[in-house]
Design a protein around this ligand. Structure first.
Ligand code: URA
Length: 232
């Protein structure tokens, strides 16, 4: 929202008074005097009037190396959740930018920035996710071609986007998909008569799981990593 609109919403001043507040340099944004009434203010922009903070909210972006056994949820009565693994003073504000099944491991993103997490998760954004999978049966030769052509999911009445399979061994492969349907990887292998025994997410777009993070550990994203998904 524009700064003038923000000020009329968050103070008792009228639009005309707000114009005057701005021109008389009484408003600061992130500690700097701001006179531009059109300045975009997000929920994480710090704004003050006469030195009194009107809004101050910190955006948090974390990557977690999800271990097997934790639920991708913020609350659950039965199972430990990934939030239980986060040691951050604002962890109660966090939500997940994408999920992994309970048994799955690897890169999971958490944030309190809804705009950012929508960019990570919306199918239209076509963000590539890379999974390392191990299979019950040897991977048949035609699997890569079939995945490239797409698998029909009757429940959603859609065909998955072309996905790339890189075979690493008889029972191990990297799969790159460009959307995130429910249990997508498991269902794709099920469709070719195989079964996923383990699934580990290595990357989401340009963001790669930090090899220094042991299962259960997390860290803040760098400014560059946040910007991969159009961060602020
Ligand atoms: N696809 C799955 O089947 N499971 C996951 O956890 C992620 C993608």
């Amino acid at each position: 929202m524009r700064l003038d609109r923000f000020l009329t919403r968050h103070t008792a001043h009228t639009r005309n008074e707000v114009k005057h507040l701005l021109s008389s340099k009484r408003v600061t944004v992130f500690g700097e005097i701001e006179q531009d009434s059109h300045r975009e203010i997000s929920e994480f922009t710090e704004v003050a009037l006469d030195g009194d903070i009107l809004q101050q909210r910190v955006a948090i972006y974390l990557m977690l190396h999800k271990p097997s056994g934790h639920l991708s949820a913020t609350h659950d009565a039965q199972h430990p959740t990934v939030i239980d693994l986060i040691d951050h003073p604002l962890r109660s504000e966090l939500h997940l930018a994408g999920r992994l099944d309970r048994a799955s491991t690897g890169l999971l993103l958490l944030t309190n920035d809804g705009k950012w997490s929508r960019k990570v998760t919306q199918p239209d954004e076509e963000i590539t996710k890379t999974y390392r999978v191990t299979l019950r049966d040897p991977i048949s030769e035609d699997t890569a071609t079939i995945f490239e052509q797409g698998i029909y999911f009757a429940y959603e009445d859609l065909t998955t986007r072309p996905a790339q399979l890189e075979i690493l061994g008889s029972h191990e492969a990297l799969l790159r998909i460009h959307e995130g349907r429910y249990h997508q990887v498991k269902r794709m292998f099920h469709a070719v008569g195989n079964k996923v025994l383990s699934l580990h997410r290595e990357s989401i777009g340009l963001l790669v799981l930090d090899p220094d993070l042991a299962p259960g550990q997390s860290r803040c994203l760098t400014a560059q990593e946040i910007a991969f998904f159009g961060g602020r």
